[in-house]
Write a protein that binds this ligand. Structure first.
Ligand SMILES: [Mg+2]
Length: 250
């Protein structure tokens, strides 16, 4: 059992971690109890709570109106730390913008393949068309080959994302840990996917706690079953004061 107290900084992935993954990424639903739980935890942690996601900050804010939690969006390309927002400008990525148009044409006749244009990155989803996985992956890798070393492919669950090479959840968690109120605190990062592994690496290096939701190979130290299990754990911590993680539940 791990009794987690107020000396921590809490970093939380969004899809598959705080909320269940849905077939169409724009249809995701936030549990009505979640904003209240996060607000209480944020108070408990002196403000050191942030959502670390591949989604744009604007999309996440839209799911939490009227709350504006600290966040890293687009795998860290944009972030809000202690309320100060730094955004990514799509105009600084002209080659990517051109590629998004090309990708939209390439997949136009592929039913079930979705292109999610995030401005400074683009995701190719095949959750609705699992048989198109090889095509989607090959398309993503060909796009990055054409774009050159400034971009890379980030693999996820039924998704491949093309994003600037500088982006990464580990890097942005490091950035938070250099700034108040995160600085000097022991980090916790909860995630569910390949894209979260370098976040786990960063918090492990800081002597923190890494938590993986669901099955799959991982370097995380603790595993929980589902987003609902995590929400229960977070609620216990928020309203009872401790987070007694015992493996598959709290
Ligand atoms: Mg996730």
């Amino acid at each position: 059992m791990l009794d987690v107290n107020e000396d921590y900084a809490l970093f939380l992935d969004f899809d598959g971690t705080l909320v269940d993954i849905v077939e169409r990424p724009d249809a995701v639903v936030v549990d009505p109890s979640l904003p209240g739980t996060l607000t209480r935890l944020q108070e408990r942690l002196g403000g050191a709570l942030a959502i670390i996601s591949g989604r744009p900050v604007a999309f996440l804010d839209g799911r939490f109106v009227p709350h504006e939690f600290d966040m890293a969006g687009l795998h860290g390309l944009e972030h809000r730390i202690a309320g100060r927002l730094s955004m990514c400008d799509p105009d600084e990525h002209p080659a990517l913008r051109e590629m998004v148009e090309r990708l939209s044409k390439i997949v136009a006749d592929k039913e079930g393949i979705l292109i999610e244009d995030k401005g400074c990155s683009v995701a190719i989803h095949w959750r609705l068309a699992p048989h198109e996985k090889d095509f989607a992956l090959a398309t993503a890798h060909a796009a990055v080959e054409a774009l050159g070393a400034d971009y890379r492919v980030q693999h996820g669950k039924a998704v491949a994302e093309i994003l600037p090479s500088a982006a990464g959840k580990g890097k942005v968690i490091e950035r938070f840990l250099h700034e108040s109120p995160y600085k000097g605190r022991r980090p916790i990062f909860v995630g569910d996917d390949l894209t979260d592994e370098n976040g786990f690496k960063a918090v492990n290096a800081h002597g923190g706690l890494s938590v993986r939701i669901g099955a799959g190979e991982t370097i995380a130290k603790v595993r929980l079953g589902t987003p609902a299990d995590l929400r229960h754990c977070l609620s216990t911590w928020a309203f009872e004061g401790t987070l007694p993680i015992k493996g598959d539940d709290c």
